[in-house]
Design a protein around this ligand. Structure first.
Ligand code: SF4
Ligand code: SF4
Length: 347
């Protein structure tokens, strides 16, 4: 029987299909907008909205109303669609990158050139900085009593995968030393060898995200041309083995021109390994759109709301069958939920 989809889940999928919102009275926003150097809205300003007191969504800000059907009226705490009141909503404070978490990018530079990723594109515009362990712990302390429940770390690869993992391990150890077990730590490294996963586990990380990016080998060869598809999957699988069920997750991007069934097959393969996918709509940011479309012969498209829901329903069935539980995640995207339709959380 077809599952009944809550109205707010459909609404979230529609917001994600578009991905952007115009804010009326932007200066009146209670919290300043985020400006990320990693993740789906890299290089763009974005805000988090909780609407109908339920769903959380992260949307890029646009400066002109004509660029999106969605408007957030700050004063009336209302999302409007095509000028008509749609759902009551409140802006949610992002601690550092997302609500309740400090999700820090340890290095905003990267030697690689994944076609969907804006990090290498913005690096010439931002001053190169590597966040040292003591800067990270000081940053966490600043927000520790503002509802912080987790820490997450990502990084570009500044000299080599091993060096960036070693640096991440130093930061994990420093956080543990300073905060004990009070804060779960999630890590999102670039992993090329099994030892990278072992190093992070031994350093004390609780959860890991190693990204499949796309389960379609032909698309992978185009968008991650510097990496080996099979080795990447091997690393994802190994991360699941070492960290265990409900402690390893992985992005599969939707909208790179892959066959629809490839997304579900990827989610299923991951679930077989005890790993939960984040099915992530491609962000066609102006920073990467032309390089991505050129590489993919214009096949990249932001997925429709219906496509996001269809994959999420299938994913929910897969997770149930494999006995996996999204709600066990304490860090990173499966805890945050802002960018995706997350099974067991949104539907
Ligand atoms: S490895 Fe690829 S996805 Fe990761 S930061 Fe570098 S370019 Fe971006
Ligand atoms: S879902 Fe992930 S990428 Fe999106 S805002 Fe939350 S933590 Fe960041």
């Amino acid at each position: 029987m077809q599952e009944e989809i809550p109205q707010t889940t459909r609404a979230k999928a529609e917001l994600l299909e578009n991905g952007a919102i115009f804010v009326k009275n932007v200066k009146e926003l209670p919290f300043i907008a985020d400006h990320s150097t990693a993740g789906p809205t890299t290089g763009q300003k974005s805000i988090f909205l909780r609407f109908n007191d339920e769903k959380l969504v992260r949307l890029a800000l646009v400066e002109t109303q004509s660029k999106t059907p969605y408007t957030f009226d700050v004063e009336r705490k209302m999302i409007q669609r095509n000028g008509i009141d749609w759902f009551p909503a409140k802006q949610v404070k992002s601690l550092l990158h997302c609500p309740e978490q400090t999700f820090l990018n340890l290095d905003s530079n990267c030697i690689y050139h994944c076609k969907f990723c804006a990090t290498p594109v913005i690096q010439s515009h931002v001053s190169h900085r590597i966040l040292k362990p003591q800067i990270v712990t000081r940053t966490i302390k600043r927000v520790a009593n503002q509802g912080l429940s987790a820490v997450a770390l990502t990084t570009g690869v500044f000299t080599s995968p091993t060096q960036s993992v070693k640096h991440m391990c130093r930061v994990v150890k420093a956080i543990r030393k300073e905060f004990g077990d009070s804060l779960p730590i999630g890590v999102e490294p670039f992993v090329q060898e099994e030892k990278h996963v072992d190093m992070l586990y031994d350093a004390g990380a609780d959860e890991i995200k190693v990204n499949v990016e796309t389960y379609d080998p032909e698309i992978f060869a185009i968008v991650c041309s510097e990496f080996d598809y099979k080795n990447n999957l091997k690393m994802v699988r190994y991360a699941g083995k070492i960290f265990g069920e409900n402690r390893a997750c992985s992005n599969i991007i939707i909208g790179l021109g892959e066959k629809e069934e490839k997304v579900d097959q990827g989610a299923e393969a991951l679930a077989d390994w005890g790993i939960i996918a984040s099915l992530r709509p491609i962000n066609l940011s102006p920073l990467i759109e032309s390089q991505l479309q050129q590489a993919l012969n214009n096949r990249a498209t932001r997925p429709s709301a219906q496509r996001l829901i269809t994959h999420a329903i299938k994913h929910k069935e897969i997770l149930k069958e494999k006995g996996l539980d999204v709600t066990k995640f304490r860090t990173m995207c499966l805890k945050c939920t802002g960018c995706d339709i997350v099974p067991q959380r949104d539907l």
